[in-house]
Structure formats: structure tokens, C-alpha cells
Design a protein around this ligand. Sequence first.
Ligand code: MSP
Length: 518
Amino acid sequence: MEKFYTTTAIDYVNGAPHIGHAYEKILTDVIYRHFTQRAEDTYFLTGTDEHGIKIQKTAAEKDISPKEFCDMNAQKFKDAWKALDIDYSQFIRTTDEQHAEIVQKIFKKLVEKGDIYKHAYTGLYCSGCEAFLSEKDLTEDGLCPDHMKKPEVVQEENYFFKLTKYKDAIIKHIKTNPDFIVPSFRANEVLNQLENIEDISVSRVKSNVNWGIPVLGDEEQVIYVWIDALSNYITALGYDPDGNSSEKFKKYWPANVQVIGKDILKFHSIYWIAILMALELPLPEHILAHGWITIDQTKMSKSLGNVISPTAVLEAFNLDIPDPFRYYMASAAPCGKDGNYSDEDFKEKVNAHLANSMGNLLNRTLSMLVKYFDGEIKPEFLGKNELEEKALETVKAIRHHFDYFEVQEAAQKIIELVDITNKYVTDNAPWTLAKEGKMDKCGEVLTNVLQVMTVISSLIYPYCPNIASRMAEQLGYDLKTKLDDISCNSLRAGMLIKKEDIKPVFLRMDSELADKKK
Ligand code: MSP
């Protein structure tokens, strides 16, 4: 695989990031890091979506300029992703100058092509959705079903994008590419939505919404939400509608996978695809629509007061690395399904998987190597590894899961390998072998386990980069090994580790030691 380009949705900056936003960024980061183990060249884009009436209103309430408000909140997203070790290549803000300029050019090109036209319109606008809704989208009481607010009646002359022109081509694309929308069960939903699509409004009158990118040559209009927001995926790379796109754009576009939440699938699998078709650009290979994260099985909402910030979780549990939270979030739900966060479940799951099963396995195996062999792997310990087949099978299975972006399912495979290896230790009881003086066999068992631990460190790396590098360090293993080169014989004969260098890679969250560290 030569290149891999992935993107996330860009978040609204009305408030601070919550764990729903974090879920998406972690999921994408895990996918991205996995593909750095497969592709030559990789790129990961995330960012913030900063224009629109909501920002304009909130900033006005706070008596600051929209830009100041966006600067403040965009920083909160950047800080949170740093704390979570989200290894993005670029953070785009829709207020970036380059973005705004390219969006204007894209708009102009589509006007010239006849795909954008001006039209007087009366519509129902929900500022929560930043979208026009049709009567049939509303509840019986005429409210927006997502925001439970009455939409405003807006009467304006706006620019419209000819979405209907691309309807048949989009239907054809979805039908002939069954893996375009992931998971595939969502494709039918999109095909149903396509039945009733109409052309969409892509600008607003400046007197109603002024916090947006102005339409070139029409001072009275600003480009409204979706053309601005969706274009970020190509403006970030340096796309130029006039034919002078950057090398970066040529190298990375089309995206391999664009990760978004299920609530905005329609915009990505219909609007975005139509815009790309209108620009005559290649389409992304996959759109991955993830599910939603609930808190204690309840929808997160400001009114319920149950919105959780990802950094608050790290602080509450005094975590010095984000790995446990990343692991928990990334394995919160099967691909495309909803997941749940609860403090109790978080603690239990990461203690069981990362501390008790995985961390302990490495710790006690290294300790036995020191106890019985002064930390040395002797040449006679190396040979056919009874665990090799299972370990390499796991690598293959994980690769397969990631081909379908099944991040939780892949994590389960890693833990299965950890469990099998733990069972191998119990079954072979190296402590008994040592007591009985069967030292070669004892050394062989320990070495076999440590070889598998190198594989496990590579596999857990996308989820837990810090724990993986702590493991690799103690094993003297190069974490940069590509998935294709993973083997069960990375460790060579010689001194592996001294007693004082053995450290737990992750402490149980409620252990005394972890408490002391706090
Ligand atoms: N700005 C638009 C996206 C434009 S993309 C060109 C937007 N922003 S958002 O802040 O509302 O949502 C950003 C992403 O976070 C979306 O993919 C959305 O699905 C996701 N999530 C927001 N709340 C979520 C949960 N509770 N759980 C999981 N993901 C959720 O939409």
C-alpha cells in the first residue's frame, strides 16, 4: 500500500470537546496508526468547523468577536487531542485563510458550471442542525426532532446547488460499490434518503448570517455551512479548482476513509459526493459512519448535564497516559454501532485487559527470565515457537478487521492472543519446570512468550502507543516494524533485561501503586 489518507468530521466550536467528539478522533487515530504499519506514506486530517449562525449568536452573547470565540474553543479541541495522543498530520480550521480562499474559488467554479444558481426560497431553518428542514422531518408538534426546537421560517434569495443533477450517479455509485459506505447496512438508509432529495441552499443573506465566507462577486451573500465545511477535506491538501493543485493534494486525494458520525452520513454520502462529482474529482474510497456514545446508556446533552470532557476523565482517574481511555473508547462499540461510557465499566475493562492480562503477562515473564536466567535469552531457548501459528494468525485476522475498519473486533483479537499466551504460561508452568531442573524447557517457554509479546506490542500500538513503547523498550524491540514484517523471532540470544529495568507497563487504576503515583 503506497498512501493512506484519512479524515474526521470537523467539530463545531460552540463549546468544548466531549467524549463523543473524542470517540471519533480516537477511532480515526487507531485506524490511522494501524495503516502507518502498512502504508508507505500516510496523512491524517482533523479540525474545526467555525462558521455559522450559532457561533455568531453565542459570540454576540459573550460580547466577543466570533473569531476570538473560535480561537478560544478551537484551542480546547487541539489541547484535548494532544492529551489523547491523536497523531494528526494537520488541524484545519474553516477560518484559515487558505481554506476560505479555496472555498470561494470552488463556489465560483460551480456557479460558472451552472451547478449553483440563485433562487428565492422560503424554508424552515434549524440553527441547531445548521440546516433547512422539510415539513416531514419535523415532529408532530412541528419541532426539529434532534433539537426539540421550532425551526425559524426563513425567506431569502439564496444560491442553490443542483444536488438533483447528481442523484442518479450517486445511486449508481453506492449500488456498484457495496463497501463504499461502512458499515454496509447504512447504505439502504442513504438510498432511501436519495429518493427524496432536492437542490440545497448553499448560501445565506449576509444580513441574516454574517459569520461566513463571502461569495466572490456577490457581497450580500455568505457561503453557508456545507460547501464550506465539506470542502475542508480537499482545501487542507491544497486543492485548486483552477488546475494548480499542490503535490500534496495529488499525492493523497482521494481519501481512503473518511470517518464521521452516523448523524452526518447524509451530508457525506450525498452532498459531498455530489460536490466532488461537480468538481470532477475522484471520490473517497470509504465513508465510515460510526455510532454514538451514550453516557450510562443516556444521550449526552447539555440540558441533562451529563456531558463529559475527555480530559476530565484522564484527570479523574489520574492517568499519566491516555492509553486506557483510548483503548476503552476504541473498543466501545462494534463497527458502526452505538457504544456507551461508564466510569465503572471503564475501570473494570482496562484493569482486566491492560493491567491484569497484558501488562502482568509481560511483567511476570520478564521477572522469571531474570530470576532463572539473569535476564538472558540463551541460544538454546530459540527454536520452533509453539505460539507462532496463533500469533501470525492473529496478525492476519487484525489486518482483515482493519480492512473493514472493525476497530473493536480487532482489539478483541489482541486480547484473545493475550489470553491464549497466558494459558500457555499456566499450562507449561515455567516455575515448576525450573523447580524440576528442566531449565532449557523453562527458558524456551519464557522466550516463546516474550516473542509473542513483541507481536502484541505491535498490535496494541494503534490503541495504546505509550504502553506499546514501554513494552517494546523492555523487550528491546523496534516498534516501527511493519505489519508484513512481524514475526515470532524478533528476539535474539543475549542479555535482554536487568532486574531494575523491569517496570509494570500499566498499573491497575485502583491499585495502591497507582494511588501512590497520584
Ligand atoms: N461540523 C459538523 C461536521 C462537519 S464535517 C465536514 C458537525 N460537528 S459536530 O461537532 O456536531 O460533530 C462532530 C462529529 O462528532 C460528528 O461526526 C458527530 O457525529 C460526532 N459526534 C458528536 N456527538 C457524538 C456522540 N455523542 N457520540 C459519537 N460521536 C458524536 O457535525
